[in-house]
Design a protein around this ligand. Structure first.
Ligand code: ADP
Ligand code: MG
Length: 327
């Protein structure tokens, strides 16, 4: 994929001068030293009309909320807490000011939920509506959950069902929000208003059992590849064990798609994917259950490179790079 090659080129071209940088390019957030007991996390994400959302079915406030969620999700992926945000908004001159005010209000409501203060940003005009949010957070010193610590033999887990957001998008491209069937409400809601797995991230950090972690934004296959690339490992994914909701089953049936395609390639579910050494399997299950959070085991990390998709114990695909592009 072009994006990854570009990022690798950027990485190779930079000579860092302002040390110490604990973590730069290659994880969900950059990490810098902060206080005696805390590290600082910094992340930025951009959403663009026609690529990440369509104002045909997103209301203004929902666009703002989503812009915050996709950024803060990266803080959650490291087990951190958000503190501050900078908000850049680019919008066409012909958009009514009231629309942008409502969009910002939506963002503010979401930021307030996570006790995040907006401390700046930028406003410009452009041909498309684009919102970019930078979130600054904190995490206990040296404890951030990283992508590059997965070990061969680790079990791989996710903190929620996969494919709901993509199913929601599929439904939205075909129907009006006012005419949804009962099973269509949940995936549409997950697409419109995804929730960052903040508590899950904090719990995973506090558990001291997690080796690697990231948020699932591009899709399971694409994202496990990133954990593996950073950790210099491979992975086996048990396709039959991927958690999918009843709504995804129904949507797949309705649109004659394979159910597994939603879970493997869907993206934008913003659940956390993490790995745990074999010896902690039982304990992590009990710990998350006790804290009323669900986790699903979906595979394991291998020494052998590449991503293997297994069904009924048989290999069905290796490094199956199929990324469903939204829009
Ligand atoms: P995520 O999906 O978690 O937001 P990305 O795929 O956007 O992560 O980015 C992967 C890594 O590459 C991150 O560490 C990010 O900071 C870095 N990155 C992405 N685009 C750029 C860029 N244009 N310049 C510098 N670093 C970048
Ligand atoms: Mg991420």
């Amino acid at each position: 994929m072009r994006e990854f090659e570009f990022i690798n080129r950027i990485k190779a071209a930079i000579n860092y001068t302002n040390n110490p940088i604990i973590k730069s390019i290659g994880d969900d957030c950059a990490i810098l030293p902060y206080t005696k007991t805390m590290d600082m996390l910094i992340t930025t994400d951009t959403i663009c009309e026609g690529v990440h959302f369509s104002s045909k079915y997103f209301k203004a406030g929902e666009i703002g909320a989503r812009a915050f969620t996709v950024s803060v999700s990266d803080i959650c992926a490291m087990g951190g807490k958000p503190l501050y945000a900078l908000v850049n908004i680019a919008y066409p001159k012909n958009i009514q000011q009231k629309y942008i005010d409502t969009l910002f209000k939506g963002l503010l409501v979401e930021a307030t939920k996570y006790k995040t203060d907006i401390i700046g940003g930028d406003t410009i005009s452009s041909s498309q509506l684009v919102i970019s949010v930078t979130v600054i957070g904190k995490v206990e010193k040296g404890k951030a959950l990283l992508r590059n610590r997965a070990k061969p033999g680790d079990s791989v887990y996710v903190t929620g069902t996969l494919g709901d957001s993509f199913a929601g998008l599929q439904i939205l491209t075909k129907k009006k929000r006012s005419g949804l069937l009962k099973h269509e409400l949940m995936p549409v809601n997950k697409h419109i208003a995804p929730q960052p797995h903040f508590l899950e991230g904090r719990l995973l950090l506090k558990s001291n059992m997690v080796n690697a972690c990231m948020d699932v934004s591009d899709g399971l296959v694409s994202d496990i590849e990133r954990i593996c690339e950073e950790s210099k490992t491979g992975a086996e994914i048990l396709v039959d064990d991927l958690p999918v909701s009843f709504s995804v089953l129904k949507t797949a049936e309705q649109y004659h798609e394979k159910i597994s395609n939603y879970a493997l390639y869907g993206g934008e579910d913003f659940v956390l994917m993490f790995t745990v050494a074999d010896k902690y399997k039982k304990t992590i299950n009990q710990y998350m259950k006790k804290n009323r959070k669900v986790i699903y085991e979906i595979g394991r990390i291998t020494r052998r490179k590449g991503i293997m998709l297994l069904k009924d114990g048989n290999k069905i695909k290796e490094t199956g790079k199929k990324v469903w592009k939204h829009f």
